[in-house]
Design a binder for this molecule. Sequence first.
Ligand code: ZN
Ligand code: ZN
Length: 353
Amino acid sequence: MANTMLAVRFYEPGNLKAEQVSVPEPEPGELIVKNSVTLTCGTDVKMYKRGHPLAKPPQIMGHEFAGTVSAVGKGVTKFSVGMKVVAANSGPCNQCFYCLLHQPNLCERLDENLIGFTWPGTYAEYVRLPERIVRQNTFQVPDGVPLQNVASLEPLACVVHGWELTRRFPTGGTAVIIGGGPIGLLHAQLARLNGARQVTLCDVVSDRLKEAERVGVDVTINSSSEDIASRVRELTDGRGADVVVEAVGRLETWDAAPTLARKGGTVLLFGGCPSGTITSFEAEKMHYGELHVQGTFHHTPSSVERAFRLIVSGRVSIKPLISHEMPLERAEEALQLMGSGKALKVALLPPTK
Ligand SMILES: [Zn+2]
Ligand SMILES: [Zn+2]
């Protein structure tokens, strides 16, 4: 193995550098994985644009990837050199207040080894996986499953977790997804897997609406030219949807989401708004309509495992989420493209030496 590798590091908002850094070595319990593909994520775009409170520069960016084990730390028995693997971006501590309450997605020690933020990321030729992730959130990828597909394990795990919180969704129900980015396309598929009869997706970009049809969305609404609220009323006999998912992360869409849900329906608030954002709801609808407003964050080991099975079995299709492929050193351009809405996810390919 060479001593140095290509990595793309974040220095400050708007400033990434593709440069040579040392190849990592495994500590006990850890793995080193030769990276085959890493995907851009909306969170990476946010970090590139405005930085991230957890990331201390210079930090290797990225957290969605898959590859082949190239070195194994002491004590690791589940994995060996040459195995194809995929991993989530964190692993809970199993000891803190939240972990003991079975809410490991809220683990107080999640930040200790969050890949791409507090731990070197996946925009690199080799990725070092921390012990907690190796133990709980790493999987061997079966032959025949494209690594590019499993690389989206983390976002799908977050979406699966969100749907685990919408317990009152009726079979044959209606779902409205606000936002046609990669996350919205995953929510649309999860709605169907949870028994939705009618899945509607709204976005302002007409190309994204076409993409939504490819993953089986029934109705698309272009919210730049159509009134979402009246279309949703039309589609639901005037009641509103059983579940509304906000998958954009903007105040306007957070404010709009509860207005599209029926009485007793669920509003899943998935998209992260800039910190300090204050949203408001109509109290009457919330109270007399028994609206179930649910925030959702991150994933749990069980949602990661379910996401892995959904990808491997082909029940969730990932290909429509990946619009471009580029060499790793062009990561900055890829993030700009994604940030401008011209790309969904970009698959970044490390050099194959
Ligand atoms: Zn991600
Ligand atoms: Zn914990």
